[in-house]
Design a protein around this ligand. Structure first.
Ligand code: UD1
Ligand code: MG
Length: 448
């Protein structure tokens, strides 16, 4: 990575009215992380040590969210929305500190990649004063066009200011830009607003630099880098691209996905090599699946860890704090919350296990429920190693069931069970021969 110091200015003062949302646009999530969080991640990977986020509309909410996402980020306010050039100058203080490189990016481009930003910085290192991220498209409408002369970039023309010929250009401004930090302040101050929109266009910096005899460069990148989200439909499109990228990356890292297009990942999902993910699995935030684990179809995981050789599902739900040890098994229609299921333990069918520990090798029968909540507080259930809980038992917490203990099926257990004990918590069965037939005859006679 380059030794040059780098400031990134993230523009996020826009209103985003087309989202029709009470949530500021850049805080809408992709893969469970606000869009601007993805942008902050990319610029961090591109080596930007200093970050200033320019906020305006709903700026307080954006500033708070940014502080939580990235402690390094400073906030600058653009009180009036007078254009992208004006917005960059709002970060004036940080600009004046004199970084070698200044990156300018938009807060609503969640698919921006560090690789493209790295190449923009590379162009500065090679002597350019301004480097622009460009992309090619058959549908350039709405984008600024990269105007070239003799193969060299000389200007960016916004659509509304384009001539007929310029409008036909398909090489477009993707939004991200890199500026020579020593030249940037003076160039930015020269930007005027004599254009169709009456805005201070950041894009005018290209022609100004050329006028001063400085080198400018266009760096071509994939369209996704420029994908700015303005509507919920574009948000969904960005999500789809993000998901496809991450699935591919995981498969390249050795994860098997039978039907990857049906698996939904979170921004922080970690899955080890040789894990198998069956179709229709959804990962919420905070999940780590180790290599060799198997996540069967239609399972939902969030805030959970699954060790190697463990298996969950089909139709399992792991909620925050679920931690499965090696070779543990959680089967169909089970919900596990804030519970360690230790090595080789099994919760195979139709159970709710919350606020508990299930010791190594224990077996939890079908339909077992931990009654962990009394309407006010949550209570813990401890199930010892090798214990056997009969089907359809209710374990009323707080409760300890000892190592190797047995609980008879259908029990309601309210008192601790010592190691190796057998506990019954159910009414004794009474069977009366012939009483069934007599009852039926009596009921039939009464009906007549
Ligand atoms: C901009 C570029 C255009 C490029 C396109 C790529 C300019 C003049 N035009 O156009 O060449 O093809 O992006 O998507 O830069 N913002 C502020 N304050 C302002 C104005 C904008 O913070 O006063 C922020 C917005 O929140 C947004 C970003 O800057 O994140 C871009 O603004 P937007 O109005 O979307 O510019 P475009 O017209 O799309
Ligand atoms: Mg835009």
């Amino acid at each position: 990575m380059s030794a040059r110091s780098c400031l990134t200015i993230v523009l996020a003062a826009g209103e985003g009215t087309r989202m029709k949302s009470a949530t500021p646009k850049v805080l809408h999530p992709v893969a469970g992380r606000p869009m601007i969080g993805h942008v902050l991640d990319a610029i961090g990977q591109a080596g930007a040590a200093a970050v200033t986020v320019v906020v305006g509309h709903a700026g307080k909410a954006v500033a708070e969210a940014v502080a939580a996402l990235d402690g390094r980020a400073e906030i600058a306010w653009q009180r009036e929305r007078l254009g992208t050039g004006h917005a960059v100058l709002a970060a004036g203080q940080a600009l004046e500190r004199g970084h070698d490189d200044v990156l300018v990016v938009f807060g609503d481009t969640p698919l921006l990649e560090a690789e493209a930003l790295g190449r923009l910085r590379g162009a500065l290192a090679d002597g350019a004063a301004v480097a622009v991220m460009g992309f090619r498209t058959e549908r350039p409408a709405g984008y600024g066009r990269l105007i070239e002369k003799d193969g060299a970039l000389v200007a960016i023309r916004e659509e509304k200011d384009c001539s007929q010929a310029e409008r036909a250009v398909t090489f477009c401004n993707g939004g991200a830009m890199a500026l020579d930090g020593r030249r940037a302040p003076a160039l930015l101050k020269r930007i005027g607003n004599a254009n169709a929109k009456g805005e201070y266009y950041l894009t005018d910096i290209v022609a100004l630099a050329v006028e001063e005899g400085l080198r400018v460069a266009a760096v071509e990148a994939a369209f996704e880098n420029a994908l700015g989200v303005n509507t919920r439909a574009e948000l969904a499109a960005a999500e789809a691209v993000w998901q496809a990228r991450r699935r591919s990356a995981l498969m390249l890292d050795g994860v098997t996905m039978t039907a990857p297009e049906t698996v939904f990942l979170s921004h922080d999902t970690a899955i080890g090599a040789d894990a198998l993910i069956e179709p229709h699995v959804v990962f919420g935030p905070g999940v780590r699946v180790e290599g060799g684990a198997r996540i069967r179809a239609f399972s939902h995981l969030e805030g959970a860890t699954v060790a190697g050789g463990a298996e969950i599902g089909p139709y399992a739900r792991l909620r925050p704090g679920a931690a499965l040890g090696e070779r543990a098994k959680v089967g169909n229609f089970c919900e596990i919350k804030n519970t360690r299921v230790e090595a080789g333990a099994k919760v195979p069918h139709l159970s709710y296990v919350g606020d508990a520990t299930v010791g190594a090798g224990a077996n939890i029968g079908a339909g077992t429920i931990t009654c962990n909540y009394d309407g006010f507080s949550k209570h813990h259930t401890s199930i010892g190693p090798g214990a056997f809980i009969g089907s359809n038992s209710s374990l009323v917490a707080p409760l300890t069931i000892g190592e190797g203990a047995y609980v008879a099926s259908g029990s309601v257990i309210t008192q601790d069970v010592p190691d190796e004990a057998l506990a019954f918590g159910r009414a004794r069965q009474a069977t009366r021969p012939e009483f069934g037939r007599r009852l039926r005859e009596r009921l039939a006679a009464a009906k007549k």
